[in-house]
Design a protein around this ligand. Structure first.
Ligand code: CA
Length: 232
């Protein structure tokens, strides 16, 4: 399953039963969806903040730490805008209502048919018109409108700064090489001076800090740069 821009759909699976989690990951991989696994609510909050997941598949009953409802509320407080699908053996109306009230986009009762889960993920992707914003903590990048916002406030960015930030955000948590950054922002021009990327990264750093963002541009010596979220 791919986005409008050909990126694979990336999801976070939060499920304490490791066998069930592995089965989900395997099934998702078959459908072309990249899935990361975590087994506790605490890890879920940390991972979902630090990565731009398209969707979080969130088990409600998590024995250690916060349960699914609490995780969902916390992610919304932290302005994580990934789609959240709650997975639960609790099928009662009050549980569904709690799930949706805590900020979930959808609620699926266990046991569910895998095809139904895929259909729900597809439906949520379509709801965004196929072109998902890239979200990392308080940073949201709308590639169609070419606007980056921090907690809802637009960042003043030049065209190249926007391109570079968007590329870093798409690979949040992973290193983007200097070469990839140059390819993105200077593709139709002469290759820039090697120090120019550093200059742009330092400008982005300043602008993120000025906007009060928790997102940081981290330099990985000799390789490139990575976007990270500072811990609360
Ligand atoms: Ca469980």
């Amino acid at each position: 399953m791919e986005q409008a821009d050909n990126r694979p759909v990336k999801v976070l699976v939060v499920e304490d039963e490791k066998g069930a989690a592995e089965n989900l990951r395997w099934g998702l991989a078959e459908a072309g969806i990249v899935a990361d696994l975590v087994f506790t609510g605490t890890d879920a909050i940390e991972r979902a903040q630090g990565n731009a997941y398209d969707a979080v598949l969130l088990d409600v009953m998590l024995p250690d730490g916060p349960d699914g409802f609490a995780v969902c509320r916390r992610l919304r407080e932290l302005r994580v805008t990934s789609r959240i699908i709650m997975l639960s053996a609790l099928s009662g109306i009050p549980d569904r209502v709690s799930g949706l009230d805590s900020g979930a986009d959808d609620y699926l009762t266990k046991p569910f048919a895998f095809a139904e889960l895929l259909a729900r993920i597809r439906a949520l992707s379509r709801r965004d018109g196929g072109a998902r914003d890239t979200t990392l903590s308080d940073l949201v990048i709308d590639e169609l409108a070419r606007v980056a916002t921090i907690a809802g406030t637009e960042m003043p960015l030049t065209r190249k700064e926007f391109d570079l930030l968007a590329l870093l955000a798409q690979h949040a948590g992973r290193v983007v090489t200097g070469e990839q950054l140059v390819d993105r922002a200077w593709s139709y021009e002469s290759t820039p001076h090697s120090g120019l990327v550093d200059v742009y990264m330092s400008r982005l750093r300043t602008k993120l800090a000025r906007a009060g963002s928790r997102v940081r541009v981290v330099s990985v010596r000799g390789i490139g740069y990575r976007l990270e979220v500072a811990r609360v």
